[in-house]
Design a protein around this ligand. Structure first.
Ligand code: NAD
Length: 509
């Protein structure tokens, strides 16, 4: 642990506010506890309101300069950040594992995602395209262009403590925005380490403070202040639906924009035509990976009644082979939940599920004894439930998988869509008609719909996000960059006349 922290320069009580250089903060001191063993990894002195003000002023000031740097030049800075992340991938990935408990390969994978989005953004920096239109008036030209938006606030969840920032920040940077990041207080060290890697690149290029900033602090003093701050035209927030409701209202009150990436309740449909071996592998990774703490975690399996018994048996067999323990150790597939509160939430959900008529088929126990003293380890759980179980509508951020039987594809799709969230979905079938029905406009109502791959593990090239209570936001690839810019429509008259649109006449004698 010490060598990881030393490598990343995380020693002593760390500052929870930085804008290229670190401030001497005056807020409360918090501990970062590892869910692996409950021990303190490091300490952070949070930002208070005066630190907040300093950071936001720097971000506002830096925006004035950063927006004038040509976009491909901004892309070059992002390229250097991507390179710096490559150089620190092992250590930053290990720190992510240490701080949030995901297995090492997933911690490294998270940093790889940051590198991927940086690479993507470098290319995108030369492709901030606007359209040209044919004007209805002679001698006129119309086109649109995309301008930098302003300082952007980014709020991130604990479960992707660095990648979510990178999805936002790398794109916002090439768009010409400055970025103020409020990470989860459950993973402050990963945020400080990631920010410092990027700050070094900015300093090396003699860029002003405030292009990238970090503020660690409570939801009331830092989080809510960001939401209400009129200097920030966009707040991009990733987290629970409850948090998103608050963000949407507070930001809308001042007519700001919000980009919301909220909870999921993702289902896999397995039809009678599926390759069951493929389906089982995808479901197990989707449900157990990151200990069920991904927004895209597979929470529901809706299986055709003819293959349901075989699928159930195969899933239970696969779950028996899941190795649980210290996520830094080789061979472990599932680490701890983030904290004891998460374990309690999982237990409370399982009580409810049984009260409502569901049956636990496998797992769900809290592990105790050697290696499990932190009280954060559980066995992943499979429940058999009726399709209308009320708890099915909720996202419990834990490894609970619900199995539901169905009679045909239309019923499977209606079960799948009958939840408030709409993030990720998948179908397993070898039948073209079934997969097309699932992908069609009367099929899955989710932002992500996959065929013969699971619900989690999206690539950065596509736009990521979901519908309904998932919030409607899109981040990462495709044209998600547009959310970070302002669109301007321009009409240029190169004639000597002044014709009005829609044939209106307004002649002055
Ligand atoms: P959370 O909602 O508890 O916290 C997320 C972030 O919001 C934290 O930084 C928190 O401090 C901040 N926050 C909470 N209330 C706030 C307020 N009033 N004002 C400003 N900031 C506030 O979520 P969590 O437990 O950290 O993460 C798990 C949740 O995030 C799950 O629901 C998961 O599905 C969701 N998530 C969604 C995506 C996605 O892309 N859709 C990705 C990752 C996680």
């Amino acid at each position: 642990m010490k060598s990881i922290l030393d490598h990343l320069g995380l020693t002593g009580v760390l500052s929870g506010a930085g804008a290229g250089t670190w401030l001497k903060t005056s807020g409360i001191t918090i501990q970062s506890l590892s869910p692996i063993n409950g021990k303190t990894i490091g300490q952070v002195r949070c930002a208070d309101s005066s630190d907040y003000e300093q950071v936001v002023q720097k971000a506002v000031q830096a925006f004035r300069e950063w927006r004038t740097v040509p976009a491909p030049r901004r892309g070059e800075i992002v390229r250097q950040i991507g390179q710096a992340l490559r150089e620190h991938k092992q250590e930053l990935g290990a720190l992510v594992s240490l701080e949030v408990g995901k297995i090492l390969t997933e911690g490294q994978g998270e940093v790889q995602e940051m590198i991927d989005i940086a690479d993507f953004a470098v290319g995108q920096a030369r492709m901030l395209y606007g359209l040209t239109m044919h004007s209805e008036r002679p001698g006129h030209r119309m086109y649109e262009q995309w301008h930098p938006l302003g300082p952007v606030g980014v709020i991130s969840a604990f479960n992707f403590p660095v990648a979510v920032w990178a999805w936002n920040a790398m794109i916002a940077l090439i768009a010409g925005d400055t970025v103020i990041w409020k990470p989860s207080s459950k993973a402050p060290l990963s945020a400080i380490a990631a920010a410092e890697i990027a700050f070094r690149v900015l300093r090396k290029n003699s860029l002003p403070d405030g292009i990238l900033s970090l503020l660690i602090g409570g939801r009331d003093d830092i989080g809510e202040t960001l939401l209400a701050d009129k200097r920030l035209p966009l707040i991009s927030a990733t987290g629970s639906v409850a948090m998103g409701r608050r963000v949407a209202v507070k930001v809308a009150e001042r007519l700001g924009r919000s980009l919301l990436e909220l909870g999921g309740n993702n289902a896999v449909i397995v039809t009678a035509q599926a390759d069951l071996g493929l389906a089982v592998r995808a479901i197990v990774f989707g449900a157990v990976g990151t200990a069920g703490q991904r927004c895209t975690t597979t929470r529901r399996v809706i299986a055709h009644k003819d293959i349901y018994p075989d699928l159930r048996t195969a899933l239970i067999k696969a779950y028996q082979q899941i190795t649980i323990g210290n996520p830094l150790k080789k061979g472990i597939l599932m680490g701890p939940l983030i904290d004891r509160q998460a374990v309690e939430n999982m237990q409370a959900t399982l009580v409810q599920v049984q009260k409502q008529g569901g049956k636990i088929l496998f797992g769900g126990q809290v592990l105790t004894g050697k290696g499990f003293a932190s009280g954060t380890y559980v066995t992943p759980c499979i429940c058999e439930v009726p399709h209308d179980l009320p708890m099915l509508r909720e996202e419990t951020f834990a490894p609970i998988l619900y199995l539901i039987s169905c009679t045909d594809l239309a019923e499977a799709i209606s079960f799948q869509n009958d939840v408030p969230q709409g993030l990720s979905s998948a179908i397993f079938t070898r039948n073209l008609l079934e997969s097309e029905a699932f992908l069609g406009h009367t099929g899955s109502d989710c932002g992500i719909a996959n065929v013969n791959i699971g619900t989690s593990g999206a690539e950065i090239g596509g736009a990521f996000g979901g519908e309904k209570e998932t919030g409607g936001g899109r981040e990462a690839g495709s044209d998600a960059w547009r959310a970070y810019m302002r669109r301007q429509t321009n009409t240029i008259n190169w004639s000597t006349e002044l014709p009005l649109a829609q044939g209106i006449r307004f002649d002055i004698a």
